[in-house]
Design a protein. Structure first.
Length: 400
């Protein structure tokens, strides 16, 4: 049938254009059938960059509809230089403020503020010169886990951090996936390890919210094979895989975090990255069960935006518990979905405010967290206000 149709097309072309048409057909035909070593190479997946042919509205949202608090950024990192812990600031405040002013970001929360003397330096660099624009969180001092009185030590560190100026406590996925009994060796320390009970309590007593990242995308716990929806991302970052070895499962990590929230009802927990963004029914159950739980949307619009109807309902129901956040990291070229800059903010605003369809969730030629595109959820103003500003202000204890 196909052959006959091709013959018919050839006849039509020849009939219409005479000799010229015939030549044209022959040359096209030749191109597609003549052996050509280069063309016969299958296109590598990494080189495939299909462009959408959809004719759909493309809304540019240069500023958020309301001023916002970006609850999740990394403007500095604690690092180790030889025997010494140091803090690296990834930018100057002026560099960050320029984008904040252009994009309507009122306050930026720098979650990774470090601990002890590092925290003091982070506060000095960001928060002290611009107390209305930058907020710094502290982090646990894991290097001291082997101290016999670590539990008390860590609680006291939170009290000291509050005095230094920290407004909350950040817990990276280090807890549950990297921290071991002897810091880097030995069995993994569990998220609900009792040694941290005093720390969670201290944070609550001091009105310091806990920004907690546990686990990672579900696909990171599965083999990096042809069935893995994040195959390219895991291939680019093999160390992000938590498949095998002695790693707990995603479900175990989530449940351990839940036990912590249950045990410390006076402490507010913001489960970062929407807690478990591929499974919003589960996140909803958790939010129903733990009134002290909130979520942020940092680095997960790729997940939320590919299930726009479920996400829209989620925002309706939990509009008082969701915080705007991006995970922005200045000069973070390794993870395009986090590169601090105008483009990143515009994508988030487009996702939250418009009903645009099928657009990129990250400023990158290939979608970095999986080969799909996203849909805007067109939130009404009342919900936008809460998500952009009011919920974070409440959690941080700021005056509205
Ligand atoms: Zn982050």
């Amino acid at each position: 049938m196909a052959l006959r149709r091709r013959e018919w097309l050839k006849t039509m072309a020849t009939a219409g254009f005479g000799a010229v048409g015939s030549q044209l057909f022959d040359s096209v035909h030749a191109q597609s059938t003549q052996p050509n070593a280069k063309q016969e190479q299958p296109l590598a997946l990494k080189d495939y960059q299909p462009k959408s042919m959809l004719h759909v509205p493309e809304t540019h949202v240069p500023r958020s509809r309301f001023p916002n608090i970006d609850f999740h950024s990394h403007l500095s990192w604690a690092d180790r230089k030889g025997q010494r812990d140091i803090v690296n600031h990834l930018a100057t405040p002026a560099e960050i403020l320029k984008v904040m002013d252009a994009k309507n970001v009122r306050i930026m929360v720098n979650l990774t503020g470090g601990y002890g003397p590092l925290l003091e330096e982070t506060v000095r660099h960001w928060q002290q010169p611009y107390p209305d624009r930058f907020i710094v969180f502290t982090e646990p001092w894991y290097g001291k886990i082997t101290l016999p009185n670590y539990s008390r030590f860590q609680a006291e560190q939170i009290e000291a951090a509050k005095k230094t100026g920290a407004r909350g406590l950040k817990v990276l996925k280090t807890l549950g996936l990297y921290l071991r009994e002897n810091v880097t060796t030995g069995p993994l320390v569990k998220v609900d390890d009792r040694r941290f009970d005093e720390m969670w309590e201290a944070a609550g007593a001091l009105n310091m919210p806990v920004a907690i990242h546990v686990s990672d995308p579900e696909a990171f716990f599965l083999p990096t094979d042809r069935f893995n929806e994040r195959y390219e991302e895991l291939s680019a970052h093999p160390d992000w895989s938590f498949h095998g070895k002695d790693y707990p499962s995603n479900a175990e990590l989530q449940e351990a975090r839940n036990r912590v929230m249950q045990r410390h009802p006076r402490t507010n927990f913001v489960a970062l990255h929407t807690a478990n963004s591929e499974n919003l029914p589960y996140v909803s159950e958790c939010l129903d069960r733990y009134p002290n739980m909130y979520v942020d949307i940092a680095a997960r619009i790729g997940e939320l935006g590919r299930q726009p109807r479920m996400t829209r309902k989620f925002f309706d129901k939990y509009q008082d518990r969701i915080l705007f956040a991006t995970d922005a990291t200045p000069h973070g070229v390794e993870t395009p979905q986090q590169i601090f800059g105008n483009e990143l903010y515009e994508i988030y605003y487009r996702f939250l405010e418009t009903e645009d369809e099928y657009f990129d969730y990250a400023p990158a030629p290939i979608p970095p967290q999986g080969r799909w595109r996203i849909y805007g959820i067109g939130l009404p103003e009342q919900i936008l206000k809460k998500v952009y500003y009011e919920n974070a202000a409440r959690v941080l204890g700021l005056q509205l």
